[in-house]
Design a protein around this ligand. Structure first.
Ligand SMILES: Nc1ncnc2c1ncn2[C@@H]1O[C@H](COP(=O)(O)OP(=O)(O)OP(=O)(O)O)[C@@H](O)[C@H]1O
Ligand SMILES: [Mg+2]
Length: 253
């Protein structure tokens, strides 16, 4: 049984069919990449999975349980955490408290199983994992973009997810920062025992990172499978990667 099954999900906003019969299965322990042009429906799919939007049709099943239409905090309680495309840490709180709050309001925290002290200690460990040691007492607002992106991820991790949804955590980063983030994402399944579904525009980084890859275009999955095969798919080149990419691939082959 896949960890997450998205079956025939559709979502319309007025005249825009943002998602049109999307079906995906994510296996436990995977790093599953999702790419596609601007406006393809990638973030909308995250919003449906995480309970921000109710789909017009279809369902979302986590470990065999239908979670379609649950509220965001209920879905967080079932073990799905996410980051936002526009990072939204508590700007005036310290880095440590941002993560400690995630720990307290996550699954175990809300069940009263975590003391304030333990939340802080575990937050420190998570910050080390996110390469944010030494930043604990800074206000979140004073971090660089790259640090804020990592904080956003660590905050999501703090809720103790089994599935982590990452929405463009590398966007706006320079090459070195993006690669550093890539290393952290690569370490996630083993280090945190979780599954990753991530949206990314940097195709070279995605293909090097994910176990499987799917492409959304106008709300539909136009290809999915092994990353190397997907980026050679003609429909994907036409819809998203473009001729320049195709020529580069050909010259490398
Ligand atoms: N709350 C909303 N109200 C109206 N239209 C929306 C809403 N959210 C998304 N849309 C529309 O749905 C379509 C898909 O948007 P979405 O944000 O999911 O795309 P995306 O693939 O994440 O794009 P990007 O790569 O630019 O982040 C777009 O046409 C967008 O304008
Ligand atoms: Mg988006």
């Amino acid at each position: 049984m896949p960890l997450l099954e998205v079956t025939d999900v559709s979502k319309r906003f007025g005249g825009v069919q943002a998602l049109n019969g999307v079906t995906l299965g994510i296996e436990a322990g995977e790093i599953f990449g999702l790419i596609g042009p601007n406006g393809a429906g990638k973030t909308t799919l995250f919003n449906v999975i995480s309970g921000v939007y109710y789909p017009d049709g279809g369902r979302v099943v986590l470990q065999g349980t239908d979670i379609t239409g649950l509220k965001p905090h209920e879905i967080c309680g079932r073990g799905i955490a996410r980051t936002f495309q526009l990072v939204q840490p508590f700007a005036e709180m310290t880095v440590l408290d941002n993560v400690g709050a995630g720990r307290l309001f996550g699954r175990e925290g809300r069940e009263g199983r975590i003391s304030l002290r333990r939340a802080r200690d575990e937050a420190r460990d998570l910050l080390r994992f996110g390469k944010l040691e030494g930043r604990e007492v800074r206000r979140a607002a004073t971090l660089t973009l790259s640090e804020r992106k990592r904080l956003e991820m660590v905050r999501a991790l703090a809720t103790g997810p089994t599935l982590l949804l990452l929405d463009e955590v590398m966007a706006g980063l320079n090459q070195a920062e993006a690669e550093e983030m890539g290393e952290i994402v690569r370490a996630l399944p083993q280090a945190m025992r979780l599954t990753v579904l991530f949206i990314e525009h940097n195709v070279r980084l995605v293909t090097g990172l994910c176990t499987r890859l799917a492409v959304l275009d106008y709300g539909q999955i136009i290809a999915q499978g092994e990353p190397e095969a997907v980026v050679r798919d003609e429909a994907v080149i036409r819809a998203y990667l473009g001729d320049r990419w195709a020529r580069r691939m050909a010259s490398r082959a």
